[in-house]
Design a protein around this ligand. Sequence first.
Ligand SMILES: Cc1cc2nc3c(=O)[nH]c(=O)nc-3n(C[C@H](O)[C@H](O)[C@H](O)COP(=O)(O)OP(=O)(O)OC[C@H]3O[C@@H](n4cnc5c(N)ncnc54)[C@H](O)[C@@H]3O)c2cc1C
Length: 408
Amino acid sequence: MKHEKIHVACCICGGGPAGIMLGYLLARAGIKVAVLEKHKDFFRDFRGDTIHPSTIQLMYELDLLGAFLKVPHQEIDHLTAQFNGVDVLVADFKHLPVAKPILALMPQWDFLNFITAAAEKYSTFKLYRETIATQLVKDNNEVRGIMATTPDGELEITADLVIGADGRNSIIRKLAGLRVIETGVPIDVLWFRLARQKGDPGQTFGRFEKGRIMVLLDRDEYWQCALVIAKGDYDNIKAAGLDAFRTEIEQITPFLAHHTEVLKSWDDINLLSVAIDHLEKWYAPGLLCIGDAAHAMSPVGGVGINLAIQDAVATANILYRSLAAGKTITPAQLYAVQRRRQLPARLIQRVQVYVQNGMVKRRADIALSQRMPLALKILKRFRILSRVPARIVGMGVRPEHIRTPEVK
Ligand SMILES: Cc1cc2nc3c(=O)[nH]c(=O)nc-3n(C[C@H](O)[C@H](O)[C@H](O)COP(=O)(O)OP(=O)(O)OC[C@H]3O[C@@H](n4cnc5c(N)ncnc54)[C@H](O)[C@@H]3O)c2cc1C
């Protein structure tokens, strides 16, 4: 077994949206980066697929928008909810002040492959696949690097800065002893695909029918479906049997009546556990957590990928000069990243909590109130107000812009 040692300016643990984007931005600015990703590829079914206008704007600022739009995707310029058969315009992106005011539905593995390919043009970028971060290398309580396992043996990476971008089950934040504050979440999500058929309607965002919530994303060949259930209720749903589950889907979404036979076993349905939490402190000497590792997001609003990317941009903007100069990154600089990004993340989490609690009244009760929520009633009456959720969902709070240079 090999024991390899390398040194980089920044070692990023986790090749999700936060890690890959930060790796790209730093490498583009001439900074030597290693990104460690435990999987062989990005191809996993449970990854969210929504690229919001804030990220599209970043692609424009990076001069990547033309190439990005060539990657197969669907474009949405508004989101609609259907509540007991009544359509409500929830978010209208058309008026957002960005280069292309759309939400792109792109499989996340395609998006990550796209950014990785852009990053690999710089000799300063290296993605280590099938490489699992296992330990922090410390010197006098200061993080100096990472120990990782690879298919060939051990890899020791020393770095001026270690980034924990390893998602909501982050081992990095655990190893660093950072305190996690959890927010109770009453929902989980069942995630499955149904083939599209001739005559199916166009895109709808959320369907609120018969006290149930289902989100349908039109992926051209198939519907990506997400059924909201009460946390812990999956075993009861399974016990009721697949036929009962199919019937329920068809009751919520009658046009799917002849689509559900593709669900042959429970293996065709993924249970995605929903979590919301945040770190009290995102950093320790020599180490910073970003993305879901710093603030795990619920799927409500489909904003987590975009927030993770915003964290990456802010981190690069604030730290690139010191990293490029080989200077020690001070706790004050790391705190500056937290100060900049915690408000946007926490505000969106509060909105998610508000929406989730409205979805599930009691823990064991998945039934939604049959009355249209006040917020939807207002949006239905005053369509122009749909620009407000468009702004919150599409751009987030305090949108970031590219301030890092390209060093060739
Ligand atoms: C059911 C569900 C649906 C969602 N749908 C959407 C959506 O449609 N749109 C949206 O914007 N957000 C969605 N989200 C939220 C979104 O998935 C996250 O907020 C986002 O992926 C966070 O990005 P990240 O880069 O911080 O972390 P992640 O995407 O979790 O990436 C972390 C990466 O680190 C790797 N890793 C973990 N541990 C190690 C280790 N020890 N060593 C090396 N690598 C490691 C993982 O393999 C992974 O690739 C959804 C969330 C859930 C639960």
